[in-house]
Design a protein around this ligand. Structure first.
Ligand SMILES: Cc1cc2nc3c(=O)[nH]c(=O)nc-3n(C[C@H](O)[C@H](O)[C@H](O)COP(=O)(O)O)c2cc1C
Length: 439
């Protein structure tokens, strides 16, 4: 059987470009209006996407006066989207650092039931330094501590999702037996960070547990992904680094004793699409003209954990020495590696760097015709850089609509993408096995 690529729609603001919310083709709906999200999820489903994804940050950014976000709490939103769609997978971020495992396990199991087996969890440790102020104010945990806690967290939530056997509920009105004796068991986890008795207070979901998605690409993040992730989102600015990442993560996964095809690697892709190349470049220019370098400067500072870049002139060429060493960054470490890699390679001015970051925050940005975008997707897919893409349309819904109408049919004609959903669950779309209960 021919290998098919996978497509996830990353819903973010009114599009991934920093200035998307101001663009005339962006949705007129408020970002707190659920119709905005249901419309996008339905459009992605009409385009036969595997899934949609909602990210989450646990605090307001310092750029809030000039940069709206996807405001609605993601798990609540997934529940609403579950009712508005029937096939597409529904993925949301939830933080291991700031969520009790019992809450998280319960919420995702509920979404899995509500959606008929379409839930996915993007496991993040939360890089945003200011989030800690909203959760007890102990100060942010270090990168290493966050991942260490996340390891234990995975044991706890997996135990909770496995605390009911698949056939636990009998629901036999005649005999009076609701749940099978011995099919629901305690977890009794007592570790350095978590003490959780269990069992979970609801039956196992249709997928057993949500699909595990992961999006940290540092060395520690990759090892974590190799152990747990079934799909990986990653920011790569060029095909060469995407190929290295792909090969490395598949090898690490095999080292963990897991089949490498059970980890899908989905780099971010933010295409500005026009009927002609000239039109695509015009739209890209319109977006760039609407962006404000001072908003970008604040965002850059956030990625580096609050590092002060205010003294750097906008129009002088940058050098890697203008940035802290990524190994010392406790925030979005792998993204800082991507940024410094770009500075080393292309020697941009700060204005140029911020312009590039405005596109999709360090993900791959391109502008072209539907044919050119399909060529790029095919090339990365066939050449060992991707199992599919995390589509990050620069403006929503306009660039999603063009992608579904123009690029998806090209991919289908080339035999690269499904022409109908073959299954009902996110696991089925992604080609992932259903985990056995470890009872
Ligand atoms: C596509 C994508 C989506 C992400 N979504 C979130 C998110 O919603 N919330 C969050 O705190 N971090 C998010 N991250 C950040 C990562 O989960 C991770 O915390 C960050 O990259 C730092 O870890 P690392 O140094 O191992 O990469 C995302 C990263 C990527 C590539």
């Amino acid at each position: 059987m021919q290998r098919h690529l996978h497509l996830n729609l990353f819903i973010h603001g009114r599009g991934h470009h920093e200035a998307a919310w101001r663009h005339p083709s962006a949705s007129p709906l408020p970002l707190t209006d659920i119709r905005y999200y249901t419309d996008l999820a339905r459009k992605a489903e009409a385009g036969l996407f595997d899934s949609i994804f909602l990210a989450d940050t646990l605090g307001v950014g310092e750029d809030v006066t000039h940069a709206p976000r996807t405001w609605l709490e993601p798990i609540t939103t997934l529940a609403a989207l579950a009712g508005a769609t029937s096939r597409i997978g529904l993925i949301a971020t939830c933080s291991t650092t700031y969520t009790e495992p019992f809450n998280l396990a319960r919420q995702f199991a509920s979404v899995d039931h509500i959606s008929g087996g379409r839930a996915g969890w993007n496991i993040v440790t939360t890089w945003l330094a200011t989030a800690s102020g909203n959760y007890g104010g102990q100060g942010p945990l270090s990168h290493a501590e966050r991942y260490e806690r996340a390891e234990e967290y995975m044991q706890v939530v997996t135990g909770l999702w496995d605390s009911w056997s698949d056939d636990a509920v009998v629901d036999d009105r005649a005999s009076g037996e609701y749940a099978r004796d011995g099919s629901i068991r305690a977890v009794n986890h007592k570790g350095p960070h978590y003490q959780v008795a269990g069992p979970l207070n609801l039956p196992r979901g249709p997928q057993g547990r949500p699909v595990f998605v992961q999006a940290g690409s540092s060395d520690t993040g990759r090892r974590f992904a190799a152990r747990y992730a079934e799909a990986v989102f990653t920011a790569q600015m060029e095909k060469a680094t995407a190929k290295d990442f792909y090969a490395d993560l598949k090898a690490l996964t095999a080292d963990e004793g897991r089949p490498p095809d059970q980890v899908l690697i989905l780099p971010g892709l933010s295409p500005v699409i026009g009927a002609t190349e000239a039109e695509a470049h015009r739209i890209a220019r319109e977006l760039n003209d609407l962006s404000d370098p001072e908003v970008g400067r604040k965002r850059l500072s956030g990625r580096f954990g609050g590092h002060d870049f205010s003294h750097l002139p906008l129009d002088e060429v940058l050098s890697p020495e203008d940035f802290p060493d990524p190994a010392t960054v406790q925030a979005a470490r792998s993204r800082t590696e991507v940024i410094i890699g770009l500075v080393r390679r292309e020697k941009p001015t700060l204005r140029q760097l911020l312009g590039y970051m405005a596109g999709a925050r360090g993900h791959f940005v391109t502008a072209g015709t539907p044919e050119q975008i399909a060529d790029l997707i095919e090339d990365w897919f066939r050449d060992g850089a991707a199992d599919g893409f995390n589509l990050m349309p620069p403006v929503l819904p306009a660039m999603l609509e063009v992608f579904v109408a123009e690029v998806v049919p090209l991919l289908q004609r080339r035999g690269l993408f499904r022409t109908a959903y073959a299954g009902e669950t996110l696991r089925a779309h992604y080609g992932l096995a259903r985990p056995e209960v470890r009872f």
